[in-house]
Design a protein around this ligand. Structure first.
Ligand code: KIV
Length: 284
């Protein structure tokens, strides 16, 4: 099968043709290779990296260098899906200049095809600056985890009329500023449906119901690798955490009882002892 390169125009084309966009996160080379063998459209190296892979309590401590390190690892295993690199906390909030500079690093050093940043309001100007610098940028509205302290926890956003109206306005502002797509996280499905219907750019939902143009999940959540925190919107498509644990327990048992390694997993000496073979003349 000849695989097609997923580009920004092909993502926009999916909205226009009504084909759903399937997106997932990834953080390392191993899973990037697995995703490369699938038909996934977008792979996001999210700053969820901090919680999923680095063991931080939130996404806030994640640095640009950590992001670049992981985006490069994913890039080595991923060739066809669109690779998007997340901009971590404080890499774009301070000024348009820092936003463009750090977005440029994600593209140039990380090898991503686009960047994502959270929020609207003052961040709309960051989106505009990054887009005007020629870098494709994805917006992110609703529950934006970098604002977790302002929200007072991981809570569904846009539940009352005023908040919903603000999120909708922000979505239009980001589109106008040049965002090529929008992640909608943890908002009521009715609101996501309305935004999706009225925007020209695709919406990619996570906890935003079925009416978005696409969906994204954190890979480790949907594979059952992250078992401590499971929001309502996460469906576990596998239980790899349980499988990994039972494989490791089996290994320990076999090592301790001496049944591993067996003959199938051990090397034999060559027919003649190595020392003798080394002394032979060529051709003899
Ligand atoms: O950081 C992340 O993984 C994200 C997705 C959940 C959209 O922002």
């Amino acid at each position: 099968m000849i695989k097609k390169q997923i580009t920004i125009p092909s993502i926009l084309g999916k909205k226009n043709s009504g084909n759903k966009i399937a997106a997932l996160t990834a953080y390392d080379f191993c899973f990037a290779q697995i995703l490369e063998e699938t038909d996934v459209d977008i792979v996001l190296v999210g700053d969820s990296l901090g919680m999923v892979t680095l063991g931080y309590e939130s996404t806030l401590p994640v640095t640009m260098d950590e992001m670049i390190h992981h985006i490069r690892a994913v890039k080595r295993g991923l060739h066809h899906p669109l690779l998007v690199g997340d901009m971590p906390f404080m890499s774009y909030q301070v000024s348009n200049e820092s936003a463009v500079k750090n977005a440029g690093r994600i593209i140039q050093e990380g090898g991503a095809g686009a960047v994502k940043l959270e929020g609207a309001g003052p961040m709309t100007e960051r989106v505009r600056a990054v887009a005007q610098a020629g870098i494709s940028v994805m917006g992110h509205l609703g529950l934006t985890p970098q604002s977790i302290h302002q929200f007072g926890g991981y809570k569904v956003q846009g539940k009352n009329y005023l908040d919903a109206r603000q999120i909708k306005k922000d979505a239009f502002d980001l589109q106008k500023a040049g965002a090529f797509a929008l992640v909608l996280e943890a908002i009521p499905q009715e609101l996501a449906r309305e935004i999706t219907k009225e925007l020209q750019i695709p919406t990619i939902g996570i906890g935003a119901g079925p009416h978005c143009d696409g969906q994204i999940l954190v890979l480790n959540d949907m594979l059952g690798l992250n078992r401590e925190f499971t929001p309502k919107f996460v469906k576990r498509f596998a239980e790899l955490g349980d499988m990994a644990k039972s494989a490791v327990n089996q290994y320990i048992q076999e090592v301790r009882e001496g049944s591993f390694p067996d003959q199938d997993h051990s090397y034999d000496m060559p027919q003649k002892p190595l020392r003798q073979a080394g002394n032979e003349k060529p051709g003899s």
